[in-house]
Design a protein around this ligand. Structure first.
Ligand SMILES: Nc1nc2c(c(=O)[nH]1)N[C@H]1C(S)=C(S)[C@@H](COP(=O)(O)OP(=O)(O)OC[C@H]3O[C@@H](n4cnc5c(=O)[nH]c(N)nc54)[C@H](O)[C@@H]3O)O[C@H]1N2
Ligand SMILES: Nc1nc2c(c(=O)[nH]1)N[C@H]1C(S)=C(S)[C@@H](COP(=O)(O)OP(=O)(O)OC[C@H]3O[C@@H](n4cnc5c(=O)[nH]c(N)nc54)[C@H](O)[C@@H]3O)O[C@H]1N2
Ligand SMILES: [Mo]
Length: 816
């Protein structure tokens, strides 16, 4: 049993293990200072909610208050471990500035009100607009951070009740490309990989994925493999020297926006050196000839020139991938938030497919999720999908859903794919959407081109409802603010990136009058008087378990089949992976065994799209291409980024995350250990660039794109030259420091991937100038991708006495 500063050591103590072995248990516990486990009244089962990993944990409760967390040793995902955000983040629940009453705008000001007044206004405006302008005047923008039960209820209200096609989640910014890449290759969402693939893999390739900082516990699993016998080789594709890059066998640092060229070259090499599995390709895929043709000219020398990566490194990486016996590939925002996002991510699927690396231990693909419950937004249809991975272009699927909901099929809009968020924002801008109900997301900081977004959301004619736990930047623009209960204060389930479903039980009461999102949605449906076709209430449940039972019926027979799960089954043990049904009562570790896919024309969720234009294939085209339901090898030609550098804007700006903060920091910014590890925005530049300019660590810089400028202090890091990195966590103003912009999204562009419609947060042309000399180092952490280039030039990031966490290794005595 040891005590570790988990700000200084985010991944904690190593527990090495070898290939095919079982990951040892290590239980991490953090309690409020001065408390021991004996002081805890009760432990309540849950899982982590500040990333998509789904680490099982128990919430410590004392005197009706959350006082700590402890990892669950039995859980398949984390075997007891927790990351820094989860160890300290629970304190945000107890913040004194939580929203505790509804607010309503009166004479331009938000003032406190009661639920009756607030909900009457919200439902009243909805009804007015439905009468005057019809369902297309009403839009919903939700999140990847509520619970399954809440999304399913919202999807039913929006698609089945109100009948609007305008419903999306912030998953559009997050995992739209993950879903689309899976739909393109396998014709259905559903994660092929399992986290246990890390236990078996001999090669792990991470594409645009800084797992060390964004799924810290999953990275710990890799670190433990790397510290054990027969460690895997690691390939990292990232323009920055992240902790993943530092641990990699080969680090490819491409010019931002050139991913597709790079991956096409990897495929070229694998094919040219005959490292493919012909038998697998012939039996289980379609499209190989086209792929071979597409990458025929993409040799490493060509890609080296496009991506500015040494050709020898590309060859080395391709050889390692091509000779792998058990290959695990992961993909995330470095690929998803780019201009050819889906096209590039699909090529990663293709690498595994042409090598026959699927459906066996160690052979997996993780088209990762980011948010804790993003998978459920997709499954339940609270984004641009229909519930249960049903195909909006297949009338049979729509009438099947109508049967589940007991409504007429025509009631469910399916004239086109549900409206994607960026298009919804356009409709708000042009005034065709007049009511926008935002839950669990902060678009005034997280959407691209914030100047435009602020204008859109502040319009007089828009009725903006914001359901949040804090008065976020977006809530400040609302007409009505609804105070929500959150994790620990409500019960529900959620599903992580490897299909593991966890139950999160209510541990304490919410503050003040805050109510669970589910209760608010049900109240809204009741006030709208939404009915099924027999005149019965459309929403037939009144609590979370009722909603879960309703969802189970909706999921029956679909890929994400939950029929074998119950709340009872999810209590006590580990999370369970879907599909879980009569056939697989204990869940399913790996899908796509023996080259069996969910891609037959009658069953599939999607017929796919043209990767370059996004035009959907029609059923006839799909049937002709893939009559017997194989995997689809889809090829795509590399095209240059949309906003290339110019003499005026000579740099490429990328944005992303740091280990210690979550998104717009509404939670982590209120947690002392996390906030002090990364208190303010910075900008990363290479030593080469800053040396030429004569700039030093901590200098105050202005970064500009054709949209706006922000100010940030310089961190000289190991990022590739001509590239700038800004974390996107920091909202509009630095109050302590006067009136300057600091949000990365002031700078980003209104543009998206044609297939997934995911916005482009990771490539903009930029210029940078120095405003003033620094008076010390920038506030960037030293433990992460923002590590200083010159060792020792900046004091190490530490948490100190307030950041100590207990780690108990397997076999150790538990302290009582
Ligand atoms: N600490 C922390 N963890 C989180 C979150 C958080 O806010 N903080 N958020 C969660 C969520 S919702 C998400 S979606 C995930 C995101 O997790 P990640 O995708 O791992 O995080 P990002 O920092 O957005 O981007 C990853 C990397 O992409 C690289 N990159 C930028 N441009 C390019 C490019 O053109 N090509 C390539 N190959 N790489 C590029 C960046 O240098 C960066 O290191 O994290 C989840 N976990
Ligand atoms: N430049 C740039 N921009 C990006 C990204 C990037 O890499 N670069 N990444 C994008 C990605 S991947 C993502 S996921 C988005 C994230 O963007 P957002 O979703 O806007 O970020 P969050 O700060 O997580 O906002 C969640 C909101 O929900 C509230 N909330 C938390 N729990 C609950 C709850 O239980 N109920 C309710 N009703 N509200 C709750 C929080 O207080 C917060 O205001 O940002 C995107 N924007
Ligand atoms: Mo995300």
């Amino acid at each position: 049993m040891g005590s570790v500063d988990r700000i200084a050591e985010p991944w904690g103590t190593r527990t090495p293990y070898g290939s095919g072995g079982e990951w040892p248990v290590r239980v991490d516990t953090r309690l409020d200072d001065g408390l021991g486990e004996a002081d805890v009244d009760r432990w309540v089962q849950s899982a982590t909610i500040l990333h998509s990993n789904g680490d099982g944990l128990d919430i410590a409760v004392k005197a009706g208050r959350i006082v700590g967390v402890r990892g669950r040793a039995v859980d398949r995902v984390n075997r007891g471990r927790l990351g820094p955000k989860d160890l300290f983040g629970y304190q945000a629940n107890n913040s004194p500035d939580r929203l505790t009453t509804p607010l309503i705008r009166r004479d331009g000001e938000l003032v406190e009100t009661d639920w009756e007044t607030a909900m009457t206004a919200v439902a009243g405006r909805t009804k007015e607009l439905l009468a005057e302008r019809g369902p297309s005047a009403v839009g919903f923008y939700t999140t990847g951070q509520l619970f399954l039960e809440e999304y399913y209820t919202l999807a039913l209200i929006g698609h089945g009740g109100i009948g609007t096609n305008h419903m999306d989640g912030n998953t559009r910014l997050c995992t739209a490309t993950a879903a689309e890449a899976l739909k393109e290759s396998f014709a259905s969402d559903g994660q092929p990989g399992s986290y246990t693939d890390i236990d078996h893999a001999d090669v792990i390739a991470l594409y645009g994925h800084n797992m060390a900082e964004t799924q810290t516990v999953l990275w710990t699993r890799i670190l433990d493999r790397l510290a054990g016998p027969n460690p895997p080789q690691v390939i990292c594709v990232d323009p920055r020297r992240t902790p993943v890059a530092a641990a990699a066998t080969v680090h490819l640092a491409p010019k931002p926006g050139t991913n597709l060229a790079l991956v096409n070259a990897l495929l070229h090499e694998i094919i040219a050196n005959d490292l493919i599995d012909r038998d697998y390709i012939d039996r289980h895929t379609v499209g190989y000839d086209e792929l071979e043709k597409q990458v025929a000219d993409c040799d490493p020398d060509w890609a080296a020139a496009v991506c500015d990566v040494p050709a020898g490194d590309i060859r080395d990486a391709a050889r390692i991938l091509g000779q792998a016996e058990r290959l695990l590939s992961t993909v995330l925002q470095g690929f998803y938030q780019s201009h050819q996002a889906t096209a590039a991510s699909v090529q990663v699927n293709n690498i595994n497919l042409v090598r026959g690396m699927l459906g066996k231990p160690g052979c997996g693909i993780l088209q990762m999720n980011g948010q804790p419950t993003a998978q459920n937004t997709r499954e339940c249809g609270a984004d641009g999908d229909l519930p249960g991975f049903r195909n909006w272009a297949n009338d049979q699927h729509v009438s099947d859903l109508a049967k589940v909901w007991n409504v007429e099929p025509a009631q469910i809009p399916h004239y086109s794919e549900p409206t994607h968020l960026m298009q919804m924002m356009r409709y708000v801008e042009d005034g065709s959407i007049r009511f926008l109900y935002v839950s669990g997301t902060n678009p005034a900081v997280s959407l691209p081109e914030l100047g435009r977004i602020r204008e859109i959301l502040s319009q007089e004619r828009l009725f903006l409802v914001v359901q949040d736990i804090f008065l976020s930047e977006t809530a400040q623009l609302a007409d009505v603010v609804l105070p929500a209960a959150t994790w620990g204060e409500k019960t529900g389930t959620f599903t992580n990136a490897d299909r593991t479903v966890h139950l999160s039980d209510k541990a304490v009461d919410p503050p003040g009058q805050a109510r669970a999102d589910l209760d608010i949605f049900i109240d809204y449906a009741r006030r709208l008087d939404l009915k099924d076709k027999d005149g019965q209430p459309l929403v037939k449940w009144t609590d979370a378990e009722g909603a879960f039972e309703g969802w189970k019926r909706c999921s029956a027979g679909r890929p994400c089949d939950y029929t074998g799960l119950t709340y009872e089954k999810l209590r006590g043990g580990s999370g369970i992976q879907w599909p879980c049904n009569d056939e697989h009562p204990d869940g399913t570790e790996r899908i796509y065994l023996d080259g069996e896919f969910w891609s037959s024309p009658s069953y599939c969720e999607s017929y796919g799209k043209d990767l370059l234009t996004g035009a959907p294939l029609d059923p006839v085209e799909y049937k002709a291409m893939n009559p017997s339901g194989k995997a689809v090898l889809k090829a795509a030609e590399y095209l240059p980024p949309h906003e290339p550098p110019t003499p005026e804007y000579p740099y490429l700006l990328i944005t992303g995350r740091t280990l210690y903060h979550f998104h717009t920091r509404t939670k982590t910014g209120r947690v002392p250990q996390l906030q002090s590890a990364a208190p303010d925005v910075w900008v990363e530049m290479s030593a080469l660039d800053t040396e030429q300019l004569g700039w030093s660590e901590g200098d105050r810089l202005r970064v500009s794109t054709p949209r706006e400028s922000v100010e940030a202090r310089l961190r000289i890091s190991s990022i590739r030259p001509s590239t700038l990195f800004l974390p996107f966590h920091y909202g509009y103003w630095d109050a302590a420091d006067g009136d300057h912009h600091r949000a990365a999204n002031e700078l980003t562009i209104t543009d998206w991937d044609p297939a997934s419609k995911q916005p482009l947060f990771k490539s903009a042309a930029a210029r940078v100038e120095r405003i003033s000399l620094g008076d010390g180092p920038s506030a960037a952490p030293t433990t992460t991708g923002s590590k200083p280039f010159a060792h020792g030039s900046v004091p190490d990031t530490r948490g100190g006495a307030q950041a100590m966490v207990t780690e108990q290794l397997a076999g150790e005595e538990s302290r009582q």
